[in-house]
Design a protein around this ligand. Structure first.
Ligand code: 3HC
Length: 273
């Protein structure tokens, strides 16, 4: 998602750094940026000059210090509270005292993440984008207990400057989006496991019956089955209701390494490009 966020920022005229500890991930981000811009140019949604200018606004680095002058930092690491807290501590010591420290977490408490940076918790906020970031209009904006009004106002403004629609939600696990979406996805796995219908039929019913662009099982593959599993575990631990516990069929696929689109196979199979 980080590469989607940087691309949208760059297309909105914002200079940014794509920071990752993995050189390979940076190469993948670069390829994704080039491919997506080329498609937008071919569809005449931007000129070639605008595309070139957008790509030139993104710099790639494995060193967070390169981006030290940023006004904004959006953390988009995996959905693991310890990993995210370590990144927040690094962001606190790298960026200036006025940099907003945002997280693209899907489910983890903003207040909990902010506790990693002590007195700087007022600069921490949830800025939850949706996949594919260039296409999806929503940014769910989540204040932690200590998030300042200034941080919130700046985040609403930045989201709009990126062409998104920011909508506030309170700091409860999963916020609104994943609290509602994940039980639906989990229930689709139960329907499959219990033989209510074949996966493709479950999806077709939900697509045609509810006017969804993708069925819940296809969407789970698209999000990543491991990501869905991790979000459900956060919901289960934090909200304490068994309905959030991942369905055994989902757990089994994750254990088998069938993670969805990114591994070439999840509920469905995908050609790996
Ligand atoms: N990056 C950039 N653009 C993309 C893209 C990507 N990864 N994937 C698709 N697009 C663009 C295509 O270029 C295309 O643009 P065009 O009309 O100019 O050609 C447009 O989106 C439509 O794509 P396609 O024609 O290839 O395919 P579809 O019409 O089937 O649309 C979809 C694909 C936009 C992914 C659509 O199926 C959809 O909206 N699916 C639901 C997505 C969704 O629910 N996302 C939220 C997930 S939950 C989440 O992210 C939260 C997290 O915390 C888990």
């Amino acid at each position: 998602m980080g590469s989607g966020i940087s691309l949208v920022a760059a297309q909105s005229g914002i200079d940014c750094w794509q920071i990752d500890i993995s050189a390979e991930q940076l190469e993948r981000a670069k390829a994704y940026h080039a491919k997506t811009v080329a498609r937008a140019v071919s569809k005449q949604r931007m000129t070639e000059e605008e595309g070139t200018a957008a790509l030139a606004r993104i710099r790639y680095t494995q060193s967070m210090a390169d981006g030290r002058n940023a006004e904004w930092a959006v953390e988009a690491a995996s959905e693991n509270v310890d990993v995210k807290k370590k990144i927040f501590v690094a962001m606190q010591s790298t960026f200036s005292a006025s940099t907003v420290l945002a997280t693209n977490t899907s489910s983890i408490s903003i207040t909990d993440l902010a506790s990693a940076v002590g007195a700087d918790a007022h600069r921490v906020i949830g800025m939850h984008f949706f996949n594919p970031v260039p296409v999806m209009k929503l940014v769910e904006v989540i204040k932690g207990l200590a998030t300042s009004a200034e941080t919130t106002a700046r985040t609403m403004e930045l989201s709009k400057a990126m062409g998104k629609t920011p909508v506030p939600a309170n700091d409860r696990a999963g916020f609104v989006s994943n609290r509602v979406l994940m039980p639906m996805i989990n229930e689709a796995f139960y329907a499959w496991m219990e033989g209510v219908a074949e996966p493709s039929d479950i999806d077709e019913i939900m697509k045609l019956g509810c006017n969804f662009p993708m069925g819940p099982l296809r969407l789970a593959d698209f999000i990543g089955l491991d990501v869905c599993h991790d979000i459900m575990m956060v919901l289960y631990r934090e909200l304490g209701h068994p309905k959030f516990f991942p369905c055994p069929r989902l757990r089994q696929l994750v254990q088998a390494g069938r993670l969805g689109d990114k591994s070439g196979c999840g509920v469905f199979e995908y050609p790996v490009s």
